[in-house]
Write a protein that binds this ligand. Structure first.
Ligand SMILES: NC(=O)c1ccc[n+]([C@@H]2O[C@H](COP(=O)([O-])OP(=O)(O)OC[C@H]3O[C@@H](n4cnc5c(N)ncnc54)[C@H](O)[C@@H]3O)[C@@H](O)[C@H]2O)c1
Length: 313
């Protein structure tokens, strides 16, 4: 059984559909603290409740866990200790239950937030020093190292990537610093206007949802001997700044207007790398992103335009 925590989130809702399609609805169990809208096997599970987690894993004979439940960067800065508890204690519960119940594989998403401004931010290499400047980033670095610890000490097969900001039409983002890159498409189609909370030149690594989901499935299915990184693999999709996404949208909506009103999230973004060097992921398990900014924009419009046109009727 494949168990997803945080299945109601931005990535979780897309991963849920993909895993159900791949493994069948009987073999995928979704969980979250918020009920889902999908017609699928689902259980309410707070990752801080270790007893409940043990029961869910034991009763359902869970073999694979995709641990997506977390508090993201912007929300985490508003309440650091709460974010640390959920991100850290929640993950330690997962690792310990996975070890005790002989779960075969655990997927753990780390983030570009694992890096801080003391590296060359033009490109973060796989083993660059990780001195993050948000509680979210601190929890991701600690999580990476705990995953490696469980692999080294107990042989638990933990696999992880450092995701860039994720863009998709299926779901709304959950309080991160890269949320603008999803919101902007919705606001463009709804109001032809967007107030951007990042500076127009703030380049960050991004990845389209289809590539995101494919990376999880490919990494989880790669032969064990190919996995040489047990902290977390850098994963690159495409890097761009707000002004680039605005230009891409203007190709489709020439009257689209943007006002830049940078807030506290600009400071977070300024300490993150512009590009992730993902050569190790490419070499080890064949990572290859397929979506550039033009393809992303075309696909976002393809799916979102009919929704907003219908709403306006
Ligand atoms: N979305 C991105 O751009 C991005 C980038 C890098 C890494 N990640 C990582 O990927 C994972 C998923 O991200 P997302 O964007 O889908 O996040 P999200 O905020 O959209 O979803 C997180 C989900 O976790 C659930 N949750 C919160 N507290 C919980 C608890 N105590 N127990 C169980 N569930 C709980 C929430 O209800 C929510 O549905 C996270 O670990 C995140 O750090 C995301």
């Amino acid at each position: 059984m494949h168990l997803i925590t945080g299945a109601n989130g931005q990535i979780g809702s897309a991963l849920s559909k993909a895993l159900i399609q791949k493994y069948g609805s009987d073999n995928v169990l979704l969980s979250d603290i918020r009920p889902i809208q999908m017609d699928a096997k689902f259980v309410i599970l707070d990752v801080l409740d270790k007893n409940a987690m043990q029961q869910v894993v034991e009763i359902n004979k869970v073999t694979h866990i995709y641990h997506l439940a977390a508090i993201l960067s912007a929300k985490g800065e508003a309440n650091p200790i709460w974010a640390w508890d959920i991100n850290m204690k929640g993950y330690l519960n997962i690792l310990d239950v996975a070890h005790n119940y002989k779960v075969e594989k655990v997927f753990y998403p780390s983030s570009i937030a694992a890096f801080g401004s003391d590296i060359d931010l033009s490109v973060a290499r796989q083993n660059d020093v990780r001195n993050p400047e948000t509680v979210y980033g601190i929890s991701k670095v600690a999580g990476e190292i705990w995953g490696k610890y469980y692999f080294d000490k107990y042989g638990l097969d933990v696999r992880s990537v450092r995701f860039p900001g994720v863009i998709g039409w299926e779901s709304m983002p959950g309080g991160g610093t890269t949320d603008y890159a999803v919101e902007i498409y919705h606001e463009a189609l709804k109001h032809n206007y967007y107030e951007c909370f990042l500076d127009e030149n703030e380049a960050l690594p991004m990845i389209y949802m289809e590539d995101t989901i494919r990376s999880i499935i490919e990494l989880m299915n790669a032969p064990k001997e190919k996995i040489t990184i047990r902290t977390s693999y850098n994963l690159q999709g495409i890097s761009f700044a707000p002004k680039d996404i605005v230009a891409a949208i203007k190709h489709k909506l020439p009257n689209f207007k943007v006002k830049y009103v940078p807030d506290f999230r600009q400071e977070i973004a300024a300490a993150w790398p512009n590009v992730l060097d993902d050569r190790q992921a490419k070499q080890d398990w064949g990572w290859n992103p397929k979506f550039d900014l033009e393809k992303i924009t075309n696909d976002m419009f393809l799916h979102l335009k009919p929704i907003y046109e219908k709403e306006q009727c």
